[in-house]
Write a protein that binds this ligand. Sequence first.
Ligand code: AMP
Ligand code: ZN
Ligand code: ZN
Length: 365
Amino acid sequence: MQDQQQAIREIRINPVVPSESVLVATARSMRPREAEVPAPRDTRRHVDECPFCTGNEDKTPPEIARWPDDGPWQVRIVENLYPVLGSDGTTGGLVFGLQQAIDGYGRHEVIIDHHRHGIAVHEMEPGHLAAVLRMYRRRMRELYEMDPRLRYALVFKNFGPAAGASMAHTHSQIIALPVVPQNVHDEVTHSKDYYDRHHRCIFCTLIDEALTFEATIYDRESGRIVRRIGVGQYVIERGERFIAVKPFASRYEWEVHILPLAHASDFLDTEDADLDDLARVLRRTMARLDAVIGGAQYNFFLHSAPRGGDYGDIRASYHWHLEICPRTSIPTGFELGSGLFVNTISPEQAAERLRQVDLDNDDRG
Ligand code: AMP
Ligand code: ZN
Ligand code: ZN
């Protein structure tokens, strides 16, 4: 589409969290940072000295859970050897002048996603990936049941050195916190505000817009087309139960969010069949990102309804989702100083490039 090739320079407001904005500046002269050349990721199948590889099970703390129950393991959960939070808090909460501290109480565990050291998510069998997602669900549920003080269990994955991974073996982590992280808090409260005003979930509204919205915006004076929004322009993948979309305003240029099509606030309410479809949509999305970026290094994380607290009933207003943030450049001083992330490729162009990837030869589902 011709009008999309034109340079865009605009500040876009995140519809869910309006205090978060993004600067979309696609003109080359605006290019504020060089693309990072990330260190290549490790694609080896087995590494003798890797503590997460088969045969080295004694190099990790004891196993918490595994899949399958019998025979060689395919997915394993272990305690983190160097946890950022521990179960033996000592300070009991401190207040000293303006300095306040909450006890660093919590849990930090590692999910070894696959026995194969350097396998990427889109290379995993769909059934295996669904099992990984079921392990996330199982462990989140167990952690919440174990201790009512835990208010948020954050599941996330760092993949590749550009995404901050210190271990090359494919893994996810779960950190259970005694507080609700700010990002989740902001989403929960802003979506509740929207619900109170419009009696609709904002995420469901965004999905509807992504699937049906069409608009042409003209410049008032010249009559020139400023922007054309087509049906499905932000949709990357659609499964039976999940959709992958490129947010209209996103911090990372290749950021993609995956949401359940049917409204649901809590990842823990998913059925196995949901996770089968999520695994398909996630694999295909990762395959697209990997093809376009040329070896995607990324973080992904789950945002789901927190436990306890003073939010009231958020079942109708909050909508759980997975956010995938590929790391192709390092945030600069401008971004850290302003909180305004810069996109040098517009979300519309990024979505189009992701959709163009031909996955038809992908016979693994
Ligand atoms: P990342 O920084 O994403 O690569 O996460 C790897 C995590 O694995 C870090 O949080 C480490 O503390 C943890 N870790 C490193 N070595 C071991 C080990 N032998 N057993 C269990 N966890 C480990
Ligand atoms: Zn390994
Ligand atoms: Zn919803």
